[in-house]
Ligand binder design. Structure first.
Ligand code: PMP
Length: 393
């Protein structure tokens, strides 16, 4: 045989066809993607600076402004998952040595604190156990004590199933010269958020939850107040990729007529995000909010009527997109989630971070938010309770 320069052979697995199962994605995300959005994903790629792409990016900007209820010109979609937006928000608005305040009532606050730590911010936290939330008095007290430049709050805590009240917090932050940053990855579109009215300075979400797009793009918006802070910094943001100076130009948010290449955007992700935002615009935000609430309450009733307990006691702060169910005594949550996957093709998940071992999580978001899907989950759970091992203690 002739000498070959190739010493690593083609992997046999790649010589087999791609296979992906059909599943009901009823965990905390991603959600199933509706056919219209799937069709958008199948379109041929075009250039990231082509006029048609730039027009789609403009459509996306308007769609995000609607979904976020904001007039902010500084509104874009990041190429990347929700974490990209988390880091973008914190990396651009905070400089090393500055004080930040992070509300921790689940894993997302924990992660935000670690992200801020990595850019050498002075990280202060207020902490509640999973299921808990903060009063405006507690938040104001911490603002006074720590004098942060930024306050981070998770709107939809997908690890605990809590939707945090937002009213009044923006005003408190502003009266203490602090920016208000809200993570709405798990809630946006499924539970009311009014960016401008609620005084939110930085708001982001992900594509793969209520928007029911594939994962990989993350809408984010900055208020004028946030822009003043981030565009007057003394140091450059630690990340080139996440630098809003560059991204503002790529997205045409800087008022200049010509756009400058920064990175190759997730073109296919933009096609799908545009269609998801169009579906939301056609349905209307209020209808989407009320549908998620109605389906969640229907699910809650079903859960309680089979003798299971909802993890979040206070009805008013139950997140309509992700429901947490206390792991039933004597059962192993791993066995239950594996059982419903195996026998019902249904994904639900266990807890995450501080809620690990405490809860089962059921997400019915966007395209998946229907009573028929709630019935599927309930039937699967009922079956799991019957067939999974139950210890006597
Ligand atoms: N924040 C919240 C509230 C989330 O639920 C998630 C996703 N589970 C994220 C942030 C991170 O999003 P991603 O996995 O897309 O990076």
């Amino acid at each position: 045989t002739a000498m070959s320069s190739v010493s690593v052979p083609p992997p046999p697995c790649l010589l087999q066809p791609l296979e992906t199962p059909q599943r009901y994605l009823f965990g905390p995300g991603p959600s199933n993607v509706p056919p219209r959005v799937q069709a958008a994903a199948a379109r041929q790629v075009i250039g990231h600076m082509h006029p048609e792409t730039l027009e789609i990016m403009e459509d996306i900007k308007k769609g995000i402004q609607y979904a976020f209820q904001t007039q902010n010109p500084m509104t874009i979609a990041m190429s990347g998952p929700g974490h990209t937006a988390m880091e973008c928000a914190i990396f651009n608005t905070v400089e090393p040595g500055e004080s930040v305040l992070i509300a921790v009532n689940g894993i997302w606050g924990e992660r935000a604190a670690e992200i801020a730590e990595r850019i050498c911010a002075k990280v202060n936290t207020i902490v509640k156990p999973p299921g808990g939330y903060f009063t405006n008095e507690e938040i104001e007290q911490a603002l006074v004590e720590h004098k942060p430049v930024l306050f981070f709050l998770t709107h939809g805590e997908s690890s605990s199933g809590v939707v945090h009240p937002l009213d009044g917090i923006g005003e408190l932050c502003h009266s203490h010269n602090c920016l208000f940053l809200v993570d709405a990855v798990a809630s946006l579109g499924g539970s009311p958020v009014l960016m401008d009215k609620q005084g939110i300075d930085i708001l982001y979400t992900g594509s793969q939850k209520v928007l029911s797009s594939p994962p990989g793009t993350a809408p984010i918006s900055f208020s004028n107040r946030a822009c003043r802070k981030m565009f007057n910094r003394k140091t450059k943001p630690a990340s080139y990729f996440l630098d809003m100076g560059w991204l503002a130009s790529y997205w045409g948010c800087d008022g200049k007529p010509s756009r400058i290449y920064h990175h190759t955007g997730s073109i296919t992700g933009f096609f799908t995000l545009r269609e998801s935002l169009a579906i939301l615009a056609e349905m209307g935000l209020e209808k989407s909010w009320s549908r998620h609430k109605e389906v969640a309450e229907y699910l809650h009733e079903g859960v309680e009527s089979m003798g299971l307990k909802l993890f979040v006691q206070d009805k008013n702060v139950r997140l309509p997109t992700v429901t947490t169910i206390a792991v039933p005594p004597g059962y192993d949550w791993r066995e239950m989630t594996a059982y419903v996957m195996k026998h019902h093709n249904v994904e639900i998940s266990g807890g995450l971070g501080p809620s690990a071992g405490m809860v089962l999580r059921v997400g019915l978001m966007g395209y998946n938010s229907t009573k028929a899907n709630a019935d599927k989950v309930l039937a699967a759970l009922k079956d799991a309770l019957k067939h999974c091992h139950k210890s006597k203690k």
